[in-house]
Design a protein around this ligand. Structure first.
Ligand SMILES: [Zn+2]
Length: 419
């Protein structure tokens, strides 16, 4: 069989593995709380709070969707016309067109051009956040964060670009197989090291101070059978007034992190409800499953890229002879951008299912639906969320169930518990 035939077989195998993983590990069977309960929860929220959340989300919307649209147009302009390949050539010229210069510097230049052209939309977002009092870092802090994230992306991007085009040179016929394996490994490696290598670039993490709350959280984790070495507090207040918590990392790098803003704003019982939700993620290995899905998806994307990359009309548009050359990298970015926009609602759907399971875990573990509900209300108030966002937006991009869904889930749990 030819490499192309093997690639088709591999893509089919990866697709099946992806579908099986998503079918087995994502909790599809749990129905959402009835809409009537959600509407009742909505009516219980103060009208001015709901209005302010909606006003804030509406203020963000034009900038974020225009940013998405412009990002897509730039990716298509660079990838589906010879513009991008010329840019790669131009950047490589001072180095005699050496492939490493074209691959690494040319590749980073393409990404940087797209980033810079969508920068006004990020700045717009920052003005809205500042106007509504959610941002605390000012323009200098915003710029420093931006430069840090460019630097982190440049390091990771340079390694990935060099590795990818090196593999292509070493195995011109089978690069897609090695590239797919390498990309999957990179996803797993990043999931493992990001919490210890990258998160500290943006925030300081300190163990939660000793006291009644920490003791309660550690004993709850022990009761839950989830070994947690520590609960870490992030200095999120340097950047935002928003409250949040999350779990990241795998195995030895796994950690539960709460924002310092959460400890400041919420009652101890509410913090307990949040940490119980995060323990749910840990207990169900949601980070590991997410990493596996990401690794399979990325590997499939590399193989699909190889197969699509032999399609003449696409290559002619980009002004290149083969997808395997660094000059075709803008075409790769264009395809990845389109795929990302198409995958967004699917990722959001999977995420919402996983988050709903973590909510159910929190309710069962704490047995305290009242605190869970008041926590949801507080999250909505402090973070200026729309408690019941427009359906299209919810379906396209919501990573979590809506506030009213989560409140209704707490009420359903309380009803069951009373029985
Ligand atoms: Zn969660």
């Amino acid at each position: 069989m030819s490499p192309r035939g093997w690639a088709l077989v591999t893509l089919a195998g990866l697709t099946v593995a992806l579908l099986v993983t998503v079918a087995v590990f994502i909790p599809w069977h749990r129905p959402p709380a009835p809409r009537a309960d959600q509407l009742a929860a909505l009516r219980d929220l103060p009208a001015d709070q709901v209005a302010r959340g909606r006003e804030f989300r509406a203020a963000l919307r034009p900038g974020s969707y225009a940013g998405l649209a412009v990002g897509l147009l730039i990716a298509l302009a660079l990838g589906l016309t010879p513009l991008g390949s010329r840019l790669v050539e131009l950047v490589g010229r001072p180095f005699g067109g050496h492939w490493i210069a074209q691959a690494v510097l040319g590749g980073l230049a393409v990404v940087l051009v797209a980033d810079l052209l969508t920068l006004p939309f990020s700045a717009w977002r920052q003005t809205v956040l500042t106007r509504y009092g959610l941002s605390t870092n000012g323009w200098s802090g915003w710029a420093v964060d931006l430069l840090k994230s460019y630097a982190v992306s440049a390091v990771i991007g340079a390694v990935a670009l060099f590795g990818f085009y090196l593999v292509i040179r070493l195995a011109p016929r089978w690069w897609w197989a090695l590239g797919a394996a390498g990309a999957a490994l990179l996803v797993m490696l990043l999931s493992f090291v990001l919490p210890v290598l990258v998160e500290p670039v943006f925030n300081k993490f300190t163990p939660m101070e000793q006291g009644a709350l920490r003791t309660e959280l550690m004993s709850m984790a022990a009761r839950d059978g989830v070994p947690v070495r520590d609960v870490l507090v992030a200095d999120a207040s340097r950047r935002t007034t928003a409250v949040n918590a999350y779990v990241s990392g795998l195995g030895p790098t796994r950690r539960v992190v709460v924002y310092d803003t959460l400890l400041r704003e919420a009652t101890p019982a509410e913090v307990t409800a949040v940490v119980a939700h995060e323990l749910g993620h840990a207990k169900d290995s949601d980070v590991a499953v997410g990493t596996l899905i990401g690794a399979l998806g990325t590997a499939a994307a590399v193989v699909a890229l190889y197969l699509l990359g032999s399609w003449g009309p696409l290559l002619r548009l980009a002004g290149v002879d083969t997808i395997a050359h660094p000059r075709a990298f803008p075409l790769v970015i264009a395809l990845v951008t389109v795929a990302g926009l198409v995958a967004t609602p699917v990722q959001a759907l999977v995420s919402r299912r996983v988050e709903a399971r973590a909510d159910a875990h929190a309710l069962a573990l704490t047995g305290d639906p009242a605190s869970f509900e008041s926590m949801q209300r507080r999250l909505g108030t402090v973070n200026l969320g729309d408690p019941d966002p427009p359906r299209w937006e919810y379906l396209y991009s919501a990573s979590h169930p809506s506030t009213v869904e989560r409140m209704a889930a707490a009420r359903a749990y309380a009803r069951e518990a009373r029985r």
